[in-house]
Design a protein around this ligand. Sequence first.
Ligand code: G4P
Length: 526
Amino acid sequence: MSTQVVNEASKRRTFAIISHPDAGKTTLTEKFLLYAGAITSGGAVKAHEGRRSATSDWMDMEQKRGISITSTALNFPYRDHELNLLDTPGHRDFSEDTYRVLSAVDAVVMVLDAAKGIEPQTLKLFEVCRSRNLPVITFLNKLDRPGIEPLELLDMIEAQIGLRPTPATWPVGSFGDLRGVIDRRTDIFTRFTRTARGSQIAPEEDVPAARAATEEGKEWEKAAEETALLSAMEADVDMPSFLAGESTPVFAGSALTNFGVRHLLDAIVDLAPAPTPRLDVNNEPRPLDSPVSAFVFKVQANMDKNHRDRIAFARICSGQFDRGMVMTCERTGKPFATKYASTVFGAERTTIDEAFPGDVVGLVNATGLNIGDSLFDETGPRVKFPPIPSFAPEVFATARPVDTGKSKQFRKGLAQLNEEGVVQVLKDPDWGDASPVLAAVGQLQFDVFANRLEFEFNAPIEISPAPYQAIRVTDKESADKLREKPGVRILARFSGDMVALFENKYALQRIEQNEPELTLEPIVAG
Ligand code: G4P
């Protein structure tokens, strides 16, 4: 059994795609499925219209947006491996969930729009990858149309995110006329043929260099010069620095026309690491073949209008998970039955009977499970994995129950949703629970919060933006002095810790400079 677990784990690749909205994440996801044979035609899984709608009903949003949002984890076989692609919702849906997903993957594909370079959202997500030393594979997308010169894009990667780019493939063909890619590791030039709207796998032909030089003329010459330059710079794929999160293999192509997609998908199997033993809170690795263990990285409620249930998504860290087994939640010590373990694909749920390290299981009806919980099989040693980092809030709002008769339900909801990490709830010590301030990484978290309070706790609320720009953790002594200052508000977390909210970032900077004795700790990831 144990060698089987290790063998199965070695076939898993668990990864996420990070990108700025519109860089092509959805298109690329779909093309991965096409190349892996999980769908037969591109265009099947996109729900563009819905995906772009700005409704505030979480569940309807989920359903309308289709696969890019709903599928927390897509599992599909490719080349005798099992690929688990975890979704990082894009910026319109930006929330702490996006960050948390990155705690459950072993590698990341960073998609850049070749016309835009590195955009803010990518940078933000990349910072999280850096803090976890996640290996990053870069895809230069949209090379089928006018954009920034690929060599310049490499400079941007190096200068703006500090990763050493090591191109694995290189484009042949000028803007608007992409012909194919050279694999610098094998010197094979693959020429692609477009299919109508890229809905089918692009036919490809491997062309030897001599023939390519005649047939592709100037385009070939340019690419050959550039790859010679890259070789002179020794910008070659380097596994140790890639795995350490210091260099990034770069792939070139176009998700829309499918050019270069296969090379990228192959790289996920060939370069991205398989699951390794996960470190517990004491920095002890949990061997892959020890009894089953997992941690919850996402909890989602109300996914299905008919059920209004709650699914906890857990990544398996060790052992073989068998549906129906009883797992114990480390935090509560309570057993948890896994009879309804499933994978979620679009609106569909499929029962999952077994899972191995790297896989994600959706635990249905998981009341009692919170984000960050460690789960284990009681027959083996207990384990507690490190908590999932929380992130510095960037947006703030106030919440008020619409119906004052519902204040009990309101209070209960606040406590639970705060504990789950849906938003951070901050209370005014003088006002109690009456009008708390909510703090979050993204606006969507407020929508989810309001939706869940209404439907799960029967306490509809009204949310209004609050005029704060920054938050710091403080202590009682400093809080007394800060309270006197204009534009500063002192609030408390449920834990009792005090925080100071500032209406103006610059006022905060002035206070930090002029009164260094005051306790003002940034909330950092970790
Ligand atoms: P996202 O999930 O990262 O937000 O991006 P998405 O895949 O939705 O792509 C955003 C837009 O970019 C889409 O166009 C998509 O077709 C286009 N796109 C993606 N990859 C490529 C590529 O390699 N080349 C080119 N030229 N375009 C690409 P749209 O007009 O917004 O939608 P649609 O009507 O084409 O579907």
